[in-house]
Design a binder for this molecule. Structure first.
Ligand SMILES: *Cc1c(COP(=O)(O)O)cnc(C)c1O
Length: 368
């Protein structure tokens, strides 16, 4: 294979679309409300080394990651003089030497009383105020201080003295279901708990979908992820965001089969009539879920071609009967005809998982 031979599978990531999505979300916020970006899990699988600098150029100065290692990588691709770019680590200092946070100028999200004590102890040792974000649990029951811990904190407010508390945050469980009563309940609880803490500090509640619940939910900082990457933050309404990726794979072979022939492992599909089949170079090792085999489609020359049989590790087979498909053509998996959300719906999952599962074998190209 020479360098000029076309790749077996292609993943195009449009950074300009990510930036347009960032600006579109920003328009929904009032002045003074910061728009952060969730760039955890390698910017939802799209490549933090490219996405983080692109968002920085679009004006983003607040970046959320899950692991400290992700924060170190994000810091490394932010401009050196970017004193104002903040990197927040959602999982806090657990699992990392806390000194790493100082070395790489990262701010931990403190999720419990122990986290606060440890970070405050380091601040006292260093004899300087250390930045922190405090997470409260308002009903997700996943991370953050529960009501009893908040009461304990109110009893010993001095414990926060060595810290420079940047934000108090919480996370919504059902923001993508606007009518869900949990949204209001969490909003009210967030107001009540932050009021009880009585800290003069900025507040953050909304993820992507939370931004679309209305300005009540915006406070001083929103933290979208999925919407930046083109996933619909309002699943019950048309997607206000732009698609960010195109995913294509090449047809390796075309074959004509007789009625009664089966396709792939387990002979899970049997042709009811003579069919023309295209074998395509993409499989579950590339992140195309096995559950996509049942109802999944690919698009060839703009025509919808249903998958036949199971998704294999490196291959799928599509029914291209009546379609002008040839070996060497590309089949579109995500693009103009099908979104990552569509693929997710067919596979019985959410667009997030389609993005974070994107494999390493695609020839990736970044545009914009
Ligand atoms: C992942 C995450 C976000 C972003 O969520 P999206 O639904 O992708 O917008 C915001 N806040 C927290 C705490 C998160 O874990």
């Amino acid at each position: 294979m020479t360098d000029s031979s076309p790749p077996l599978s292609l993943l195009e990531i449009r950074l300009d679309a990510v930036c347009r999505n960032y600006l579109l979300l920003q328009k929904k916020l009032e002045r003074g409300c910061d728009l952060a970006a969730a760039v955890k899990a390698d910017a939802y699988g799209l490549g933090a080394h490219k996405v983080v600098p692109a968002l920085y150029r679009a004006g983003c100065r607040h970046f959320y990651v899950a692991h400290a290692e992700e924060g170190i990588r994000a810091r490394a691709v932010l401009p050196e003089d970017a004193g104002k770019a903040h990197v927040y680590v959602l999982h806090g200092t657990g699992g990392t030497d806390a000194e790493e946070f100082l070395r790489h100028d990262m701010t931990p999200v403190l999720n419990g009383f122990g986290d606060i004590e440890n970070w405050a102890a380091l601040a006292r040792r260093k004899e300087k105020k250390l930045p922190a974000v405090l997470q409260l649990d308002t009903g997700m029951n996943r991370l953050g201080l529960a009501a009893d811990e908040i009461a304990r904190l109110c009893a010993v407010p001095d414990i926060l003295q060595p810290l420079d508390l940047r934000y108090v945050m919480s996370h919504l469980a059902c923001a993508d279901e606007p009518a869900h009563p949990k949204n209001r309940a969490q909003l009210e609880k967030f107001k009540r708990l932050t009021g009880a803490l009585g800290l003069p500090c900025r507040l953050s509640l909304a993820n992507s979908a939370g931004i679309f619940l209305g300005t009540d939910y915006h406070f001083d900082q929103a933290r979208p992820g999925c919407a930046l990457y083109g996933i619909n933050p309002t699943p019950d309404a048309p997607n206000p965001m732009q698609g960010v990726i195109t995913l294509k794979a090449r047809i390796l072979q075309i074959r004509d089969t007789a009625a009664g022939e089966t396709v792939g492992y387990g002979a899970a599909y049997a042709a009811a009539r003579p069919v023309k089949l295209a074998t395509i170079s993409v499989g579950y090792a590339d992140g195309l879920l096995r559950s996509f085999g049942k109802n999944g489609m690919v698009y060839i020359g703009g025509c919808a071609c249903p998958l036949t049989g199971r998704v294999s590790m490196d291959l799928v087979v599509a029914d291209v009967t009546g379609v002008a498909a040839q070996a060497g053509d590309y089949a579109e998996i995500v693009g103009a005809h099908q979104t990552a959300d569509d693929v997710a719906a067919a596979a019985g999952t959410i667009g997030y998982e389609i993005l974070t599962d994107l494999g390493r074998r695609y020839k990736r190209s970044y545009t914009g």
